[in-house]
Design a protein around this ligand. Structure first.
Ligand SMILES: *Cc1c(COP(=O)(O)O)cnc(C)c1O
Length: 485
């Protein structure tokens, strides 16, 4: 059937939706349409991004957004939350079934918010400091304004042990630019200098010396699986609460790539996640836990969250339903097979990969062998139509801004339908660009860690190869915005 005879439901939905927006503010409609064109053209290797399904996208664009629904399903501070209760309950049911968790909280607006919910839950559940009892308060949730000042001092004594940023940890795991670094005294564990893998004995030694309240596990840029059984043993040994942030690899847990000791849910006291990375849902977060922390977790709003986003919870329910299908398991397995093919393709071309390869959805490329900083590599690749992000590597001599690394993830391209052959071509495209790029002098001819030179003919040739590669794998093939209805 041709498009003229029968536009798809998706084409009708998105075209009509944009027409409605265009009637009020055409520039917004144009930007939304242009974003689709940009995403279709680019070879997206950003490890934290994906493409949500039309059903997920459409579940967000509606009047559920108009509701206030503070509280939890069945116990709201606002009237008329019947339908919000339905979507939040459904999303929680899907999350519990998908991950095998006792309790699921779907309100966090983002991954950072999910972590804040978890941290406050631990503080609320576990802290009965002498300072609190001296002020006659039994619980952090009963604090008066004066008590807060006391608490802030008390919180300064609480400790968090997390993975260091250059080893792949996340800002929310106790680092200064994030509030977690102000709430907790932080210490980090890194990776082994030789293997670049987590050294569990070193984590154990750090935990025994530091005795954290919270042991964090999880990452944004570590290309291997984590043994959560060992992490839990370490936490138990020092009476710490194990919080696992699976923001990056939730899709691999959902798709049963991370099973046994590599599945965080049976081992962590609390699991936090985003819903928009490998899980392929709407932008947002979630928290999983057992009965011990459930009541405190459910106080996420209003403790650290504003009113829930019912339209996003609706989209989470749709995405979690998708993630429960066998198709999603195939997807997760392909994401990992693709990451391995990409890593192998680069390694065969002489590129150094941190840890030598990957077991998950991402690889971390050390671009210093090309004589480049991560910053130079990132911008040169972008000129050639390859979207990545620079990322520090362990013990990075170039620091966190310029870096020596490029992080590559396969979750998005796998959604587009690319397989291992496509990854082989992608590896060759990346290697071609990086070989052809040379550091350039900055302003005033001074050496610069940002300036570079890449011949426009090379960039153009790579862009045309990308167009060929992507032509066979159209993004949102069911959506055509160009022809009129
Ligand atoms: C992406 C990420 C987050 C933050 O998610 P946002 O939705 O951007 O707030 C938290 N933790 C880890 C490990 C992440 O990778």
């Amino acid at each position: 059937m041709t498009e003229i005879d029968s536009p798809t439901r998706e084409s009708i939905a998105f075209r009509s939706g944009l027409d409605v927006v265009r009637a009020v503010e055409p520039q917004v409609a144009d930007a939304i349409a242009a974003e689709l064109t940009d995403q279709r053209r680019s070879l997206k290797l950003i490890a934290s991004e994906n493409y949500a399904s039309p059903a997920v996208l459409l579940a967000m664009g509606n009047w559920l957004s108009d509701k206030y629904a503070e509280g939890i399903a069945g116990r709201r501070f606002y009237a008329g939350c019947r339908n919000v209760d339905t979507v939040e309950t459904l999303a929680a049911q899907h999350a519990r079934a998908l991950f095998g968790a006792k309790h699921a909280y779907l309100q966090p607006h983002s991954g950072i918010d999910a972590n804040l919910v978890a941290f406050w839950a631990v503080l609320s559940q576990r802290i009965e400091s002498p300072v609190l009892s001296r002020s006659g308060v039994r619980h952090v949730n009963d604090l008066s304004e004066a008590d807060w000042r006391v608490l802030r001092r008390a919180l300064g004594e609480q400790r968090m042990l997390g993975m260091s940023l250059d080893a792949g940890g996340h800002l929310t795991h106790g680092f200064r630019p994030n509030i977690s670094g102000k709430m907790f005294e932080q210490r980090s564990y890194g990776t082994d200098p030789e293997t670049e893998l987590i050294d569990y004995e070193a984590v154990r030694a750090a935990a025994r010396a530091f005795r954290p309240l919270i042991l964090m596990a999880g990452y944004s840029a570590y290309p291997r699986l984590i043994d959560f059984r060992r992490m839990r043993e370490i936490a138990d040994e020092v009476d710490a609460t194990l919080v696992v942030d699976m923001a990056h690899f939730a899709g691999l847990v959902a798709g049963k790539v991370c099973t046994g000791d590599f599945d965080p849910v049976p081992y962590a006291h609390i699991v936090t996640s985003t819903t928009h990375k490998s899980l392929r849902g709407p932008r947002g977060g979630l928290v999983l836990c057992d009965e011990t922390f459930a009541e405190q977790v459910d106080r996420g709003c209003p403790m650290v969250l504003g009113g829930p986003l019912p339209h996003v919870m609706a989209a989470k329910a749709v995405a979690l339903a998708e993630a429960r299908t066998s198709g999603f398991r195939d997807y997760a397995a392909q994401v990992v097979a693709n990451a391995r093919a990409l890593a192998d393709g680069l390694a065969r071309r002489g590129t150094r990969l941190v840890t030598g390869g990957t077991d998950n959805h991402l690889c971390l490329v050390d671009v210093s062998g090309y004589g480049l900083t991560g910053r130079q590599a990132e911008t040169a690749l972008l000129d050639a139509g390859i979207v990545t992000n620079r990322n520090a590597i362990p013990r990075d001599p170039q620091g966190a801004w310029y870096t020596s690394g490029i992080r590559l993830g396969t979750a998005a391209l796998t959604t587009r339908g690319l397989g291992t052959d496509g990854m082989e071509e992608t590896a060759d495209l990346i290697d071609t660009v990086l070989r052809a790029t040379v550091p350039g002098p900055g302003i005033n001819g001074k050496p610069s860690r940002a300036a570079y030179f890449l011949a426009e003919e090379t960039a153009a040739r790579v862009r045309s190869r990308i167009a060929d590669l992507l032509a066979g794998h159209p993004l949102y093939p069911e959506i055509d915005l160009d022809s009129r209805l």
